[in-house]
Design a protein around this ligand. Sequence first.
Ligand code: ZN
Length: 468
Amino acid sequence: MTEKGKKHENFSEWYNQVIEKANLTDKRYPVKGMNIWTPYGWKLMSLIDAETRRLIEKADHQEVKFPLLIPEEEFQKEADHIKGFGDEVYWVSHAGSTKLDVPLLLRPTSETAMYPIFDLWIRSHADLPLKIYQMVNVFRYETKQTRAFMRMREIHFFEAHTCHVTKEDAEAQIKQDLEIMDSLAKKLCMPYLKLKRTDWDKFPGAHYSVGGDALLPTGRLLQIAGIHQYLTNFSEAYDITFEGVDGEHLPVHQTTYGMSERLIGAVVAMHGDDNGVVLPPTIAPIQVRIIPILYGENQELMDYCDKIKNRLSDTRVDIDDREDIRPGSKFFDSEEKGIPIRIDVGNRELENKELTLVRRDTGDKTTIPLSELETALQELMNKMQDEMYQRAKEFLHKNIVEPEDISDIKEEKIYRIGWCGTLRCGEGIEESTDRNLLGTLYEGEEFKGKCLWCDKETDTAAYLCNTH
Ligand code: ZN
């Protein structure tokens, strides 16, 4: 066995090891940046997707599936979009040995696949709003070092696309998307900043973009969501219009909301420890594992474990009943997989009609009578969920600092700085600190200070940080 990577000494090594030990992905597929979803990893992703689906459908979106391949001419219609994605696109140029008349590309995102069709779907005012989403794989030729869940070339992706009559309707959609993101982030115990990106860092083709950025233990931010206001930038390029009350054809206003498997990467990075992954109870594929502390055969003890399991029909629970494995190794395995709650059952528990609950995140143990099983377990999972979220939130806020001067910017922190809003100063700050100016809080905030670059008075605070 290799030496364990320590989270706070070598994050990259630690991250790779805990993912491998939990068996969340298999990296042995012979195409770089394309990993295999293992049953455990896919179950985790599916539970996150199920929560996303629940929230987005509650907000009146309908699920669709568009084709993977996009014709070149459709892709070329929105100039900024091509500039942003052009170098990352995989092309399909041949069918067998025959060169295709129209080259096709693998979707890097689906605007250019969907929007020519939206033009056919939308006729009048009555067809709006159009609110759809899909969960599909997208392909982007990453040139940076790939990393499981965080930077892949084949990416499991969620994308919602909406069309509206007015700009105000589209703005309301963005607010609703952020509420959905808030709810999901709670389930993932993943506080984040909603940052309205600078103009030079927005999504290609967008009027503005809001990034959802989570702080990893490295002190660097990872973008886990992107919400974009397009106004009519795409609808004019793709001629998506509706007939207004006076019979005139007007372009629709559009938004998108995207997330990916990075959500898993962020959860692992944020909550894992030196013993492995730690998963929040709400999304854990196995929420509870019962471990019989067996020395030799003991049918009575096994029956007691079955009885506990059968009572927990609303919980994702299993029993580690492997006979040739010592209890110590089973505890270790449960920790590596990040299973939130362990139920230890030995002879003492059997005799006293008790069980011992062990929390994965803190290691705290409590022994409870069997009669209190369901309520005690639910309370403990709720408490763990809340405390994981609170710990992550404290970590985020503790790491936002205000520098006195540009020379103070040395550490891996989030720097809250004054910024006059100009490109010139933004670039100056980014270049001299070698960090990204990630934008301003979407919801706004009170600020009185001076631009870190030109010293001009400003009421705008911006956030400067390294990113993953
Ligand atoms: Zn300035």
